[in-house]
Design a protein around this ligand. Structure first.
Ligand code: ARG
Ligand code: ZN
Length: 429
């Protein structure tokens, strides 16, 4: 009895106090091969050492970011030298970035944010935890109760593998008129913290008003659905335990966890195309299409609401790209030119604020092929015309650990891009 009790207590204690993994001396290298042949050699090296490719080479720009643990550093740098590829150190000590992230969040946690002085208690200077995010969503709903021209309602569309809520907030005029809708999500990948932060910012701008005064037009034109945190288990794990976690946290056995939710959507699902059948892989596609509770929740919700759905945007990081289908093949949807020009309206508007450049194109053609993405499913499976994956800041200087002082400018420019994009859509067809 005592031994059981004390091991339970110990387990619990360990769970509560376990220190997060450290990244002292872990580096991110930017590698630029000088030829296609060098590119092949670098990719082979990446496989041999089982390195984590943070940013993949694009068509036309073959530079890539590769994360290297200290024990692999010497042989990897040696091999790169032999190949002759150009190497730059983007991140010299990942732990330093993670420490700065943590301390800046402690410093600014108490600053009440808002350009308008409203919206006390929540701010867009830090990366928030699951419970704070849920509290914010609830506060937004409460606030709109006394607003005559904006309505917000909160639905739990499903539960994560560990039982957390997956929430969608609907923001609309609340005048009984049903408008075409836009669905926006963030946080499919746990470590991409800027994505949920961006979606939360959108919610705030939509409800409390924005500096460009675009929100009234956006609400007149569309009903808005926001799912800021689709993978809450992975997100919490990336905060508490391992900053670089990507997948969800479903137990796989073999001491491995997680399915890559962005390989699990059920349109042309195929682990052989940019995914994996290995449960321990970071891009494990799941045992079958929609095997995961998190992707199922999205499927059900979008299928139930798809009649009026015009656009689906899923926010990720990083790389500064505005991508449209397909991800499973290099061929393009019949209406790709419309998707392309709408995306270019968005990226042009985005660039106006700070000159931040985004690349526009189909995911396979600018990036790499990967089947089972939510964007492919939204278009091919649910019939949502304007479907995109947006890769937010930056281009590699900080990668997934985007400094907190970039949250606001990133969100501000992204809001501008989203708004101009949405206003440019023709809702009459
Ligand atoms: N970085 C994203 C991923 O690897 C890009 C997804 C693009 N879309 C796609 N269907 N492959 O999941
Ligand atoms: Zn991602």
């Amino acid at each position: 009895m005592w031994s059981t009790l004390s091991s339970v207590v110990l387990l619990f204690y360990g769970y509560v106090t376990a220190d997060p993994a450290r990244f002292d001396g872990h580096k991110v290298l930017q590698i630029l091969p000088n030829s296609l042949q060098e590119l092949e050699q670098v990719l082979a090296l990446h496989d041999v050492y089982d390195l984590d490719m943070w940013r993949h080479p694009r068509k036309g720009n073959h530079s890539m970011d590769v994360y290297v643990e200290p024990e692999k550093l010497e042989p990897v740098l040696g091999a790169l030298k032999d190949i002759g590829a150009h190497v730059k150190i983007w991140i010299d000590d990942l732990q330093k970035l993670v420490d700065e992230e943590q301390s800046s969040m402690k410093r600014s946690f108490h600053l009440p944010y808002t350009s308008q002085g409203r919206n006390q208690g929540f701010n867009h200077y830090v990366y928030h935890r699951y419970s704070a995010i849920n509290q914010y969503l609830q506060d937004v709903v409460t606030a709109t109760a006394s607003m005559p021209t904006v309505n917000a309602s909160l639905t739990t569309i499903g539960f994560s593998a560990e039982g957390r809520d997956i929430k969608v907030i609907k923001i609309s005029r609340g005048d009984g008129v049903s408008r075409p809708s836009v669905f926006i999500d963030g946080g499919i990948h746990a470590r991409e913290w800027i994505a949920p932060a961006t979606v939360l910012y959108f919610i705030g701008q939509m409800v409390y008003g924005d500096e460009f005064d675009l929100s009234p037009q956006l609400l007149d034109k569309f009903d808005w659905f926001f799912a800021p945190l689709l993978n809450p288990d992975g997100y919490e794990y990336s905060h508490a335990t391992y900053r670089l976690w990507r997948k969800n946290r479903v137990e796989q056995g073999r001491n491995c966890y997680g399915t890559d939710l962005n390989r699990n959507f059920g349109y042309q699902w195929n682990p052989a195309v940019g995914g994996s059948t290995n449960v321990c892989s970071d891009v494990y596609s799941g045992s079958q299409a929609f095997s995961e509770k998190e992707s199922q929740a999205v499927e059900t919700f979008i299928m139930d609401n798809r009649q009026n759905m015009m656009a689906y945007l899923t926010y990720h990081s990083y790389g500064q790209m505005w991508l449209y289908p397909w991800g499973y093949t290099s061929s393009l949807p019949a209406d790709w030119q419309e998707l392309d020009s709408a995306a270019k309206v968005g990226t042009a508007a985005l660039a106006q604020l700070y000159g931040t450049n985004y690349v526009v194109g189909s995911s396979t053609n600018v990036l790499y092929s990967a089947a089972g993405g939510s964007d492919d499913w939204a278009k091919g499976g649910a019939g949502v015309k304007y479907s995109y994956t947006i890769e937010l800041r930056d281009t590699g200087a900080h990668g997934f650990v985007l400094p907190t002082n970039q949250i606001e400018p990133n969100c501000r420019e992204s809001w501008r891009g989203l708004a101009e994009f949405a206003l440019s859509l023709n809702t009459n067809k």
